[in-house]
Ligand binder design. Sequence first.
Ligand code: PMP
Ligand code: GLU
Length: 393
Amino acid sequence: MSLTVSERMGRVMPSATSAVLGLAARLREEGKDVISLGAGEPDFDTPDHIKEAAIRAIHDGQTKYTAIDGTTTLKQAIQRKFERENSLNYGLNEILVSVGAKHTLFNLCMGVLSAGDEAIIPAPSWVSYPDMVRVADGVPVSIDTGIDSDFKIQPQQLEGAITKRTRLLFLNSPSNPTGSCYTRKELEAIGEVLLRHPQVVVAADDIYEHIHWGADPFCSLATAVPELKNQVVTINGVSKCYAMTGWRIGYAGGPAEVIKAMKTIQSQCTSNPCSISQVAATAALDGDQTCVREMNKAYKSRSDYIVDALNGIPGFECRRGEGAFYAYPRVTQALTAKGLKNDVELVELLLNEAIVVMVPGSPFGTPGYVRISFACSIDELKEAVKRIRKVLA
Ligand code: PMP
Ligand code: GLU
């Protein structure tokens, strides 16, 4: 008799973005001259002052369990960050530190969704949202957007998608995979809808807050609509802006009862996040922010280059995002020109013939697009564009 896995596993897919990280590594091991535009991971190293804080923490013996929800020192640094950068005031009982923002989002799904509850996910969105909802026995409901609507949902679309069973909305700005960013005014209009539906909790995923160059300043949902604060869980982390993906620290500020539920889930799963990483994250949040500005400058110049270069490839059509480190061209014309069935076939073709790794748009909820991460050098981007042009010529 073969072993069985849970019924849930019939609904949950492995992460497509995590899978490309493994694929690029495997190709490199095989000695292939691979260019990875797949992973959503900064190519910069963690700044030295952050690493040194962690090394000191090890020598000082900060190597034990901490409070489940994070050390008071880190939670106070997060409190100051929210106040300084987002004009948001959270009490210590309204903050939870987790093992990356992915874990924060997972705790939120497990903490607020009951079986059959609906979670609204704008498409395209980060691949993990729908599967996290499914793990929590919820039902993902998508709202379609595309390049022609700047990949942003309209208030009336949101109103039309909300039902009695809606419990959660994911809002990610700047967005993975599009780089689109909501303005304060757009958030106010979305907020107006949400205020009419107080049963809906919003996961405001601000993880790309500091990778941003839009003309309008970055604005968090609860900042734009203070009356909504009791419905919003503001999610952020150190992975992207401080190049700390491996340290695994994410955090949330939100209503005390939701944070308490998330903490209970975490207490039965991982316990506290790594004690040493918490010291490093404190140093990141409290320290000099020059490193953040420098990395942002580099991402912006890569965005400037790659969007123009992609628009120069026949059959590619790319919007200039306001942040994050992804370009998300529509490739439908290229598919037709090459006689390819879909974005997955295009990605396979470019993987095999150009040895360039990217992620198809389908797992983000929008077939006909591909995601290109520009968390790599301009030289790599130039070489990738050259190879793509050659294969598609
Ligand atoms: N949200 C979005 C939109 C992301 O792209 C990611 C991917 N890293 C995360 C959350 C999770 O980040 P981490 O777990 O590294 O903090
Ligand atoms: N979030 C990043 C990405 O979209 C890293 C991989 C993952 O956690 O999914 O590529």
